[in-house]
Design a protein. Sequence first.
Length: 282
Amino acid sequence: MTTPTRLYTGFRFPEGGRWHDGRLWFSDMHTGEIFRADPDGDQPPEVVTRIDDQPSGLGWLADGALLISSMLRRVVLKHDPDGSRSVHADLSAMTDAPINDMVVDESGTAYLGGFGYDLYAGAPQTTGPIFAIPPTGEARVAESDMVFPNGSVILPGTRTLVVAETWAARLTAFDIDEDGNLSGKRLWAPLPAGSTPDGLCVDVEGGVWVSCIVNGRFLRVLAGGEVTDVVDVPGRCAADCVLGGHDGRSLYLLTSNSWQPADTEERQGRIETVRVDVPGRQ
């Protein structure tokens, strides 16, 4: 891989990267802003909306409404195309810890991970949940025994959900049934020792790009654990990645100097890009 090309700077902690309607979308977790950006870096990113919380995962319903994971409030917000906002799902009675990243499938069901414990306060580590949230918003716990569930993808042409377990250095898979329930939990790919998988994206061949937040690298991984490509970002927190661009072959890298809110006030977060061989789905 070549050295990444820098597109945008000046963020605190860019997260939740998505490719949607020909644009790069992402949240800045530590400012509460949701951005939409030109994929070539020709224009400054546009602030779509702001929330009074830490936003993380993003996704869309069939009617164009944007879903936003509001981490500390433990709700999923719905930002409608007309600019109105409402609570799509309230998970505050189901977990005391922050919620995290999510993916939305073609039916409009969101799969959302939860920390399981207060990482920011240094609480003892415990397992976290995955919530399934149908388009009607009635959330349920779909899985309860995950080691810090984080980024997730649905493999193209399948009903297979793959979830990063950050502190277990692995990707875990589930089957999604017709009712949106998860079953068949299994190891999809062990990652190299020391890996800390955070955000994920998937290409058309089913290769999963993995952001390793603590050890500052991005990996392309196949089922079973083979690593085919590596992009190193020394000294950076590799928070998320997303495939997009005009031909789907641009891999956008979302990084920061730290994951702690107090350490990111100098706005050293940035978005860079590298070209890859296998495109993402457009």
